[in-house]
Design a protein around this ligand. Structure first.
Ligand code: FE
Ligand code: FE
Ligand code: ZN
Length: 302
């Protein structure tokens, strides 16, 4: 049995960069991680500091973190489907692949786009055209299209749609990131995951799958809402998620938690604590702790 490759979303701050991200990941006992190179909701990006990158590599080597498993997520406001900001989106994403390659990172996760003011067909053809331009560079960075929940006009709500894009672009540098919350929200039955994986293999090809986002969902299957829940606390459930995490066909694929920070109470929006250390521990122990949220709240009371 190979070692589980598990981590979470971490921050990437301009003053500590990759070194800060590695330290945060280590504090969760993770052996991989994912980050945005700046704020997820904007496209302001700083310069990559090579000295910090080299320090980060050293710390990764000392802790057996393989650079090949690290993921960057593109900001979610970039929309290749939109005809209006198309040129900006393309040039931003070319710069983002350059940043990934400066950091030595192989995988860039991207939301395919959203059909705003255009038909789904035009949206898809814009995405294909954009991806061709972005991948037509010498950077050795793979773009991973994320499976989406189908919220609003999101493209990528089923495997067929992703296959249409992948076939249209026809590049070895294009793959897929599967998000468990999103595919359940999109209507796939996660409790029958072998069936889901079989369909993925038929429509897209399992060799294209390079990253998994492991999230529970606040909503029922088919809800198209895209609201993540902590592992075991939502509609997918701990055992269904464990089956995916430990699936024999997915052993070499990095698994990234994007579950919500713990808040003071169910109605509070103030994020007080990232639960990744606790969730990773539950996953490694294969044992659900139904009091996890409660205990974190107790420990963080002021
Ligand atoms: Fe995402
Ligand atoms: Fe995701
Ligand atoms: Zn999501």
């Amino acid at each position: 049995m190979k070692e589980l490759i598990i981590g979470s979303h971490v921050s990437f701050k301009n003053d500590t960069q990759l070194l800060g991200s590695v330290k945060e990941a280590l504090s969760y006992n993770a052996n991989t991680f994912m980050f945005y190179t700046g704020a997820p909701q904007n496209t302001n990006r700083g310069q990559i500091n090579d000295a910090l990158t080299l320090e980060a590599y050293k710390l990764m080597r000392e802790n057996n973190i393989d650079l090949a498993n690290i993921i960057v997520h593109a900001p979610y406001i970039v929309n290749l489907a939109n005809s209006n900001n198309f040129d900006f989106s393309v040039s931003f994403l070319i710069n983002e692949t350059e940043r990934c390659s400066l950091l030595g990172i192989k995988y860039l996760v991207l939301h395919p786009g959203s059909a705003v003011n255009v038909t789904r067909d035009i949206a898809i053809s814009n995405i294909i055209r954009g991806l061709k331009l972005i991948l037509d560079t010498n950077y050795d960075v793979m773009i991973l299209l994320e499976t989406m929940a189908g919220k609003g006009n999101e493209i990528g709500r089923d495997f067929e749609e992703l296959a249409t894009i992948i076939n249209g672009v026809s590049s070895s540098k294009l793959g897929v990131c599967l998000d468990t919350c999103h595919i359940s929200d999109a209507g796939y039955d996660i409790s029958n995951f072998d069936e889901v994986l079989l369909e993925f293999d038929k429509k897209i090809g399992l060799d294209k799958l390079k990253c998994l986002h492991i999230n529970d969902s606040k909503n029922e299957r088919g809800s198209h809402k895209d609201r993540h829940e902590n592992i075991g606390f939502g509609y997918l459930g701990f055992n269904n998620l464990l089956k995916i995490i430990y699936h024999e066909k997915l052993q070499n694929i990095p698994k990234i938690l994007e579950t919500p920070y713990i808040t003071y109470d169910d109605n509070s929006k103030e994020r007080i604590y990232p639960p990744y250390k606790e969730e990773i521990a539950m996953i490694r122990n294969k044992e659900f702790d139904k009091d996890m949220i409660l205990n974190i709240r107790k420990a963080n009371q002021t």
